[in-house]
Every structure is written in structure tokens, then in C-alpha cells.
Design a protein. Structure first.
Ligand code: FAD
Ligand code: FMN
Ligand code: FES
Lengths: 316, 271
């Protein structure tokens, strides 16, 4: 196809993608816990232009969350220990979803539990909701101690929760992986084998900060999840390694704030990306990235952004 | 709420006798939705990546003309974010998200004496409120405290607005007004005044706790403007939690200082 035809293509033609049988208007999504339930962003960005919204993590029942301080800024990023405060899956489908599904952005509830049964319970509630594209399973939240390690820490447990949710869900299941593991490829392979339709990575990296005057941890929860530009190289590496290990699509997350960031992930193997912490300090970052991606496609003669996925060159 | 780019017109740094430093920042923006007293903005130099997060600042003054709006902030320089604000020079561009948050409830002030209580860098949050009260001809008195004379932010503006005899000061070093905490002259006043006044307060946490206790003891209603660490300022990070009384087993839930506040009724807080 000639360059001229590409010039004529609309951003939707260039940027539309399909993941797990679902069509997304573009590969730029907002990350769980960094855009509320989506609606809170509507005053600042055009939700009709976003690929998808991953909601704040939802559980079967509402959760109160951790005591303050819950956040602390570090260099190039921040630590958070929100403690998964949320309104619960039922309130989400009754109060938020009817408003959210009026927009073009696909709605992807992020789901978690402290036991496999709790995951299933939350999914069963959400199955009642209309206008949900798929689920993202948070198996890797480093903030909540559920009487032991997180599911993500052990590929077998990660596979178990994936399979259990896969059995009750009529919708695609995206499993969100943690970087706090020895082998991201092993985690990716385990959940792929258990039936995951796609992977998203990474969740936050566990970190800690100390107040040297009081000698106390700066977060009430002691440790917290590190996010923002500081974790981007770790995230790109994880996407690269996971993409080489599995055949299912990968959604890249971690420190994405600019068009260059998004492109790095796509070239490393991500079919879509999520903007997280950047929403806090640059609420229109996702919109700027969408504009930039269409321009990049035109400049590089790409008929579709899909042509760029995983095209990293390793030859000398 | 709108994300604007403001142009620095003035950024004046002063040092108080206590050693603390303050900046007085004036920005020019093209257009700004109406600001209610007690609301705030999230500020940072355009495109800056250190620090990453914007910083919450109460609107001190807002003046709209047909072609532009000028907004002013007074900030205490305490860390990375406010040090970065202090480096701004005229013509620099500033990202300015606002107006944010729930304002002071002015409806309840009618037919009452109003008592404003401010400590340190909390006073800027009360200036628009004081101006609105004066406009409504509600008798208003300010109790303004700080470490030293130079820490009484906005003192001359408040005196001009309310009249010198209606501004009571207190400093820890005794360089201006009552020596010690501002809550001492406040208690003294509440003990002698007739009727039930209404308190609006903003300042450091220990001061607000003391004001809350005094208000409870004297059964005086009080609205407090709180601070909390904020990543976003508009409700999406849930980082700015404050415990608020609720009808549930634990007796409280966490609310967001940025969107449920920053102004709360003192008796609703479960600190
Ligand atoms: C609604 C609101 C209105 C405010 N208005 C004013 C004002 O008019 N004038 C003024 O001087 N200050 C005001 N503050 C406080 C001001 O936001 C903090 O002093 C500032 O964020 C400190 O940033 P820093 O990087 O200099 O300090 P650091 O200590 O280096 O900050 C580190 C982190 O902690 C947070 N933080 C630290 N101290 C505070 C604090 N006391 N309150 C909130 N966050 C904190 C910062 O946001 C930052 O993320 C206000 C705060 C809020 C929440
Ligand atoms: C304040 C905050 C809250 C978050 N909450 C969740 C959550 O509820 N569920 C989840 O799967 N990830 C959550 N995350 C992780 C993000 O979705 C994302 O994976 C991570 O922050 C890395 O991306 P970033 O660097 O772009 O922020 C949260 C992150 C932050 C900063
Ligand atoms: S500061 Fe982000 S929710 Fe309040």
C-alpha cells in the first residue's frame, strides 16, 4: 500500500486493535487504580477516545483500605499502599457502570480477592453487569497480606486462580502479572496454560522508604508498590521476556507517560499499553499518546499499529 | 476543574525570623472557572519531571479582568516540590489544575459571629473566605499564629480587609502579638463572647486538633481545612485518605481529602 493511502487513514483505522476477540479503538488504556472508576477522568479527558479503562481493583465486598500515609513520592516515581479501598463489585455495576458504558472506551473491571472463592464471587457479581469487555485479574497486588504470599509469587497458585476464574467467566480474562518474581516467563507460561486470554504487566514493584528523622517507614503499611517512570525499564524487560515465552497478547504497563514510552513497550512485544501514575501528574497524557501514535504510524509507513508489535531487532 | 497553563508574573521569596521561607506566586491564566473560598489547585512547573507530582496549594487571591485572571498563592518552602516552585521566575509556565475540592460552607455563617483560626501556611486558604464574609457583612475575627512575625502569612492583607482590631496574632517567639500558640487567644475570646460563633480553621495538624477539641468543649461548630499527601488532587489515586465517622461496625470510613474535602466539619472527623 502506498504512503498516500496511509496518510489518508483515520486514527481509528491506524490504531484499532483486537485482543482476545474484542476490538479496541486504540491500544492506549488507563491502568487500574490510577483512573478511579473512569468517570472521575471525564472532566479532563475524552473517554470516547480512550481504548479502554481498567477500573480500580474491585472485590466482592467493599473494602476500607489502609490507614494514611498511603503514598509517598520517591525519585521518578511514587510508593503507594492504598490497601485496595473500593466500593465493591455490586456497587460498581449499579452505580458506576451504567454511566461508564455510555462512553466508547471499553470497560475492564480489575478484580481481586484474598481467596480463590473471593475472586469467583466478585466475577459472578460482575457477570450481571452489561457493557463489560473483559476482566483484568490482579493476582499480584503487593500491598495486601492474605495470610501469606500473593498468588503471583507462585506460578502454580497463579495458574489455579486463573483456571478457576476462567471456568466462571463468560468474558475474556486478562491476568495481571507482578514483577516481584524470579522468572516472569514462568509466570506467563503458567497462566497461559491455565487459560488466560491475555496478560497485562507489570503491577507495581514492592518498595520502601524511611523517614530519617523519626526512623519510621514513610508509609503506614511499611512497604508499598513503586510506580512511575522509575519502573519503566523493569516493565519493558518483563514485557520483552513474557512476549517471547507466550502466544497470547500482552498489555504493557509501567511508567508510561509519553509516546516514546508507549512505543518502547509495543516494539518490545505489547499489543496495547496502559497509562498509570502519569494520569496523576499529567491527566491528558493518554490523549497525547493517542495523537502521537497515529502520527508515528503515518511517518513510519505502518498501515496499522499492530504491525509494530514485537518488532524489536536483536540482530547485530 | 480545568488543567491550565499559567504564566508566572511574580514569585517573591521571603525569609521569616524563624528561618522558614515563603514564596508569593502570582500567575496569569486566560480563563478560570469561579473559585470558591477554600478550594485549591495542583501546581508544578510545566513539563518538570523532578518532582513528578504536582503540589496542592490553596488559592490565596483571584482577580478576573475581561482578558485574563490573576491568581495568587503563598507557599511555605519545605521540600522538593516547594523548592521547585521557589525557582520559578517571571514568564515561566506553570501547570495549574483547578479549582479543586469542596469549599467552606458559607451558608451556615449568616447571623453569626465568625472566628477564623490560621496557623503558618494555613492562612492563605482563609483569605478568600474572609473576603466573602466581609462582603456579606458578617462580623469576622481572625486569630493568626506562627513561629515568628514573618510566619504570619498575609498579615497586612488580612488587617486591610478586616481592620487591625479584628486580627489577633500570636507568635511562638513573642515577636508579634500573644506569645505562644494561637489557640490561647482563641480560647480567651470564646470564653468572653456571647452567642454561638462559627469557627473556620486551617493550619498544621496539631493546631487543627487543638481547635477541634476547643470547639467540641464549647459546642461551637467548626469547619476545618485539612492537608494530606496528594498524588492527583482530583479523586483518582485515593492516596489522601482521612477517617470520617460513619454508621458502620468500625465507626469510620476513609474519605478523600481532595474531593470530599479539604473542608470537613470538625465533628465528622474520626482522627
Ligand atoms: C488542600 C491543600 C491546600 C494547601 N495549601 C497550601 C498553601 O496555601 N500554602 C502552603 O504553603 N502549603 C499548602 N499546602 C501544603 C503543601 O501542599 C505542602 O506543603 C507541599 O505539598 C509540600 O511539598 P514539598 O515537596 O515541598 O515537601 P515534601 O515534604 O518534600 O513533600 C513530599 C511529599 O509529601 C507531600 N506532603 C508533604 N507535606 C505535606 C503537607 N503538609 N500537606 C500535604 N502534602 C504534603 C507532598 O505533596 C509530596 O508528595 C496545602 C495542602 C493541601 C492538601
Ligand atoms: C495509587 C495506585 C493504585 C493502584 N491500584 C491498583 C489496583 O487496584 N489493581 C491493580 O491491578 N493495580 C493497581 N495499581 C498498579 C497500576 O495499575 C500499574 O500496574 C502500576 O502503577 C505500574 O504502572 P505506572 O508506572 O504507569 O503507574 C495501582 C497503582 C497506583 C499508583
Ligand atoms: S489526591 Fe488523589 S484521590 Fe485525593
Amino acid at each position: 500500500m502506498s504512503n498516500q493511502t496511509i496518510e489518508e487513514k483515520s486514527p481509528t483505522d491506524l490504531l484499532a486493535i483486537e485482543i482476545a476477540g474484542i476490538r479496541f479503538p486504540n491500544p492506549i488504556w488507563t491502568a487500574s487504580g490510577t483512573c478511579g472508576y473512569g468517570l472521575d477522568m471525564a472532566e479532563l479527558i475524552d473517554l470516547d477516545r480512550l481504548g479502554a479503562i481498567c477500573t480500580k481493583g474491585l472485590s466482592a465486598r467493599p473494602l476500607r483500605g489502609n490507614p494514611p500515609w498511603r503514598i509517598v513520592e520517591t525519585h521518578g516515581g511514587m510508593l503507594n499502599a492504598i490497601g485496595l479501598q473500593n466500593i465493591g463489585a455490586r456497587a460498581f455495576i449499579n452505580e458506576k457502570l451504567p454511566l461508564l458504558r455510555r462512553y466508547q472506551a471499553r470497560v475492564i473491571p480489575n478484580v481481586f480477592g484474598y481467596t480463590i472463592d473471593e475472586y469467583i464471587e466478585a466475577i459472578r457479581i460482575l457477570e450481571d453487569g452489561e457493557g463489560i469487555a473483559g476482566y483484568e485479574l490482579n493476582i499480584s497486588c503487593p500491598n495486601v497480606k492474605a495470610g501469606g504470599e500473593s498468588f503471583a509469587n507462585d506460578p502454580r497458585q497463579a495458574a489455579e486462580v486463573t483456571a478457576a476464574v476462567r471456568r466462571v467467566s463468560t468474558r475474556p480474562v486478562i491476568v495481571k502479572l507482578s514483577p516481584n518474581v524470579t522468572s516472569i516467563a514462568a509466570s506467563a507460561l503458567a497462566v497461559e496454560a491455565a487459560g488466560a486470554d491475555a496478560l497485562s504487566l507489570i503491577n507495581t514493584a514492592i518498595g520502601m522508604a524511611v523517614d530519617v528523622n523519626t526512623r519510621r517507614p514513610r508509609l503506614a503499611n511499611v512497604t508499598g508498590g513503586l510506580s512511575g517512570p522509575a519502573i519503566k525499564p523493569i516493565a519493558v524487560r518483563c514485557v520483552f521476556q513474557a512476549a517471547r515465552a507466550v502466544r497470547i497478547p500482552i498489555i504493557g504497563i509501567g511508567g508510561i507517560a509519553t509516546i516514546i514510552d508507549a512505543l518502547e513497550f509495543i516494539i518490545a512485544g505489547a499489543s496495547a499499553v496502559q497509562v498509570g501514575t502519569a494520569n496523576f501528574y499529567d491527566p491528558t497524557a493518554s490523549m497525547k499518546i493517542i495523537d502521537g501514535l497515529a502520527d508515528y504510524c503515518r511517518q513510519h509507513g505502518l498501515r496499522s499499529i499492530g504491525e509494530l508489535v514485537g518488532t524489536i531487532r536483536l540482530d547485530q | 476543574m480545568i488543567d491550565l497553563v499559567g504564566t508566572v508574573e511574580l514569585n517573591e521569596i521571603t525569609a521569616a525570623e524563624s528561618g522558614r521561607r515563603y514564596g508569593h506566586l502570582r500567575l496569569r491564566v486566560d480563563h478560570l472557572p469561579e473559585v470558591q473560598p477554600g478550594q485549591f489547585a495542583m501546581l508544578k512547573a510545566c513539563g518538570a519531571i523532578e518532582p513528578l507530582l504536582r503540589r496542592a496549594m490553596a488559592y490565596y487571591k483571584v482577580a478576573a479582568t475581561t482578558d485574563a485572571t490573576r491568581i495568587e498563592f503563598i507557599y511555605q518552602i519545605i521540600g522538593r516540590g516547594t523548592e521547585a516552585l521557589a525557582r520559578l521566575t517571571p514568564r515561566d509556565k506553570v501547570e495549574c489544575l483547578g479549582p479543586l475540592g469542596v469549599a467552606f460552607d458559607l451558608g451556615v455563617a449568616a447571623n453569626r459571629e465568625v472566628v477564623l483560626v490560621a496557623g503558618g501556611a494555613g492562612s492563605p486558604a482563609l483569605y478568600l473566605l474572609a473576603a466573602a464574609l466581609v462582603e456579606r457583612e458578617i462580623p469576622t475575627r481572625l486569630f493568626l499564629g506562627g513561629a515568628s512575625r514573618g510566619d504570619l502569612c498575609g498579615l497586612s492583607d488580612f488587617r486591610d480587609l478586616l481592620g487591625s482590631n479584628r486580627v489577633v496574632t500570636a507568635t511562638m517567639d513573642g515577636s508579634e502579638g500573644w506569645p505562644g500558640f494561637v489557640t490561647a487567644p482563641l480560647e480567651d475570646h470564646l470564653a468572653t463572647t456571647s452567642g454561638t460563633p462559627l469557627i473556620y480553621a486551617c493550619g498544621p495538624d496539631p493546631m487543627l486538633h487543638r481547635v477541634a477539641r476547643i470547639a467540641a468543649e464549647r459546642k461551637v461548630p467548626a469547619q476545618l481545612s485539612l492537608e494530606a499527601p496528594m498524588a492527583c488532587g482530583f479523586g483518582i489515586c485515593v492516596g489522601c485518605a482521612v477517617p470520617v465517622r460513619a454508621d458502620c461496625q468500625e465507626g469510620f470510613v476513609y474519605q478523600k481529602v481532595c474531593t470530599d474535602g479539604p473542608v470537613f466539619w470538625s465533628h465528622d472527623l474520626a482522627w
